[in-house]
Design a protein around this ligand. Structure first.
Ligand code: SAH
Ligand code: TYD
Ligand code: ZN
Length: 405
């Protein structure tokens, strides 16, 4: 049995998606077929409850020069980060020469607001193209992996930090102990380490099985983050549910005793216990539900093809790699996927080899059905593409189960 990457306890495997490619590695047509594959399986630690992958993909295969994901691709995410930046500017960052570090600063969407307010900051991100883009926006970036060694250098040069912020990144880092040791070296005595991530409670409740993919090495809950913070010498002081990405959570971590622990922490831990997040049956049920969704989706797409209906994918997301590859959905069922990320255009979805085209092609002409692979942005996308439904088109969703909108 695999050992928990955090506490060393036994990890019980509950889902196996088989051979999967690197989710954000959209390939050029020439490179198709020579991709790296790994076994995508997840388990739950029966001691600390942390949900984690069984196999780790080497970080250089995921985060490199060509990493295409950009936070700014969603207006909702841009507004979300702008709002929290302003909140930090008015609360944690009012002292003398405050300093903020962001782990996984990507295209600079979060730090842009903080930089414009004249506050000292540093983004840390290993993916060179997105880091360059952030620099062009006036954001200060160190193109590097955040870990103990780089954090010590940052602490030496610029520290201590008042706030270390990280959205949708800490869960991507299997070697998380090194991150916490880095935070320990860099964070001021009263500073806060704020983590935002997809929330396990929402993933289970919505059967959002495609949130399991290579980059999401961990799926966090309040219970598991509290145990993790303690193990590394910190304290989970507050949690706040967020609606983004289909249900997320903001975890505020501090040095023990430095902040009042809010009632929300204990309330969520209790709620998670009631929701069965500490019981392995919950995860086995989830896996069964995931298999049902995959079967129903393939059945629907096959029927539509037999009826001669056109189907297009919407959103060449990383999470869609799990669905497309596990279900064996290729260009025969979904001829192309529309996406607004320039770096994804002209490439093929990894493993499934479905071509990715600019969003403008969605209406030329509208298909009969659109498979919403970016279902976590459903509201934003459906509002933007309202003419599709007005023209008689239907959205296919597979979360929480396969249905048409
Ligand atoms: N924070 C942004 C981007 C999330 S994508 C948002 O929420 O939208 C994850 C980012 O983490 C990528 O840009 C990737 O390059 C970066 N990343 C991966 N491992 C990292 C590490 N060890 N340190 C810092 N950034 C890392
Ligand atoms: P997202 O679901 O945020 O993440 P992940 O890749 O981690 O699963 O990715 C959203 C994708 O959808 C991204 O490639 C951009 C694309 N997108 C559009 O094409 N149009 C839109 O209006 C939005 C919001 C996203
Ligand atoms: Zn554990």
């Amino acid at each position: 049995m695999v050992q928990c990457r955090i506490c060393g306890g036994p990890v019980e495997e509950f889902i196996d998606f088989g051979r999967q490619p690197v989710s954000d590695s959209l390939v050029t047509p020439e490179a198709a077929g020579s991709e790296f594959f790994f076994r995508l399986a997840a388990g739950v630690c029966t001691e600390c409850t942390m949900v984690q992958l069984i196999e780790e993909v080497p970080r250089e295969k995921m985060f490199h020069e060509d990493y295409p994901y950009r936070s700014a691709g969603s207006v909702v995410m841009r507004e979300h980060f702008e709002k929290y930046s302003n909140q930090l500017l008015g609360s944690e960052l009012t002292g003398d020469a405050p300093f903020v570090v962001e782990i996984g600063s990507n295209d600079g969407t979060m730090l842009k607001t903080i930089g414009r307010a004249g506050v000292r900051h540093l983004g840390v991100d290993p993916s060179a193209q997105v880091a360059e883009f952030a620099k062009e926006q006036g954001v200060r970036v160190r193109t590097d992996f955040f870990q103990e060694a780089s954090a010590r250098e940052i602490a030496e040069a610029d520290g201590p930090a008042d706030v270390i912020f990280s959205a949708n990144t800490v869960s991507h880092i299997a070697y998380i102990g090194s991150v916490f040791r880095g935070v320990d070296a860099l964070l001021g005595p009263d500073g806060i380490f704020v983590i935002e991530d997809r929330y396990l409670g929402s993933i289970i409740a919505q059967n959002a099985f495609d949130q399991i993919y290579d980059e999401h090495f961990y799926l966090f809950s309040v219970t598991s983050v509290q145990a993790m913070a303690r193990r590394y010498g910190f304290e989970l002081a507050d949690v706040q549910p967020l609606s983004v990405h289909g249900g997320s959570m903001r975890y505020t971590i501090a040095r023990p005793g430095r902040r009042t622990v809010s009632a929300a922490v204990t309330e969520h831990v209790e709620h998670e216990r009631e929701a069965g997040l500490a019981r392995t049956e919950t995860y086995h049920r989830f896996a069964e539900h995931a298999r049902d969704s995959c079967r129903d989706l393939v059945r629907l797409l096959t029927e539509l093809r037999e009826q001669g209906r056109s189907v297009v994918g919407y959103g060449a997301t990383a999470k869609s790699a799990t669905v497309l590859n596990h279900c064996g959905i290729g260009p025969d069922l979904v001829p192309f996927i529309c996406d607004n990320t320039p770096a994804k255009h002209g490439r093929l979805a990894p493993g499934a080899h479905i071509p990715v085209r600019p969003s403008e092609e969605f209406s030329r002409p509208y298909p009969d059905y659109a498979l919403l692979l970016a279902w976590n942005h459903a509201e934003e996308i459906m509002a933007k593409e309202r003419e599709f439904r007005a023209a008689g088109g239907k959205w296919i969703l597979y979360v929480p189960d396969v249905h048409l909108v």
